[in-house]
Design a protein around this ligand. Sequence first.
Ligand SMILES: Nc1ncnc2c1ncn2[C@@H]1O[C@H](COP(=O)(O)OP(=O)(O)O)[C@@H](O)[C@H]1O
Ligand SMILES: [Mg+2]
Length: 357
Amino acid sequence: MIEVQNLTKQYGTKKAVDNLSFTVNDGEILGFLGPNGAGKSTTMNMLTGYISSTEGKALINGIDILDDPIEAKKNIGYLPEIPPLYLDMTVKDYLNFIYDLKKCKLPRKAHLEDVCNLVMIKDVYNRIIRNLSKGYKQRVGLAQALIGNPPILILDEPTVGLDPKQIIEIRSLIKKLGKKHTVILSSHILPEIQAVCDRIIIINGGKIAADDTTENLTKNISTDHKLIARIEGPKDEILKMIKNMPGVVSVVADMEREKGIFDYEIEAKEGVDLRRELFKRVVARNWVILGLKTTEMTLEDIFLKITMGDDVVINTKKNDAEAKAEAADAKAEEYDKLAKKADEASAEAIDEKEGEE
Ligand SMILES: Nc1ncnc2c1ncn2[C@@H]1O[C@H](COP(=O)(O)OP(=O)(O)O)[C@@H](O)[C@H]1O
Ligand SMILES: [Mg+2]
């Protein structure tokens, strides 16, 4: 378990890390997400005792990293941003050297073999590190962190500079490691964090901007619910029908896709999923749905929102939604005049059912 209390790092007048507090439980894979310069590496360097903190403390399994660094560090495997490799050594010599440095007590040959199998570097075991590809160098860096089998792994941007194939390999390796270790992983690449981590701390300007499970973060932000339905049928009647559905904020018809077929952009109230009801109503009127998709906000959107100035983005969105709602209202009035009782009989039947809910 890692407990971080009011951790702060001051460089001159600049606070690189500003009063961070969080806890990482055993077995968790925590993602540290933030743009460059957010303070991720500085935080990791303090957690691992590589640099001292200006204020606050970090406890590794209950041990203060500054009070008893040797005991605390026994629990940690660290892969810094730039792997600490000796390029002139062979992989074999380097890993043996690290084994000695860490005063590892596990049976040497078997343990090094296990580690090499895990990170898949057996085929380069006797090669000079300098000549390895970046992906292999990174895996040797991981191997170094794994020696001594520490319960906690701290990995600083482990996939930076790798090609897509290597990125996928390292990611699945980290997921595998997460089954037996507590992992903190930093990245400025969102899909990476999303793919690998159970929990995400978004860090920006040295402060925590969000701290939640990946699932919750994704769920919280997908409430901005927009639906695009491609429907074949009389446009004005369709607009009116959708406008009358409970939970609809606005609806506008996009351009004509094929003859008599339009895309309707529907905005629903928070937490309302219109898809099933829309389907029923369209079928009840003998129109046809040819396409239906939700455009939910992604974690990428929230990351940008948080790191690029929340207010601006939210306000524009709100105004945009308001403008659309007004436009839709104006249009709806027109349609009211045109479309009379065409769909009322069947719509009433459906509304009655809703009234009971
Ligand atoms: N040794 C240092 N001296 C002065 N400023 C530093 C030092 N190390 C980092 N910084 C500054 O602290 C901030 C956070 O850096 P860093 O932790 O490396 O961010 P990240 O890893 O999220 O990209 C940056 O503005 C960086 O320039
Ligand atoms: Mg960094």
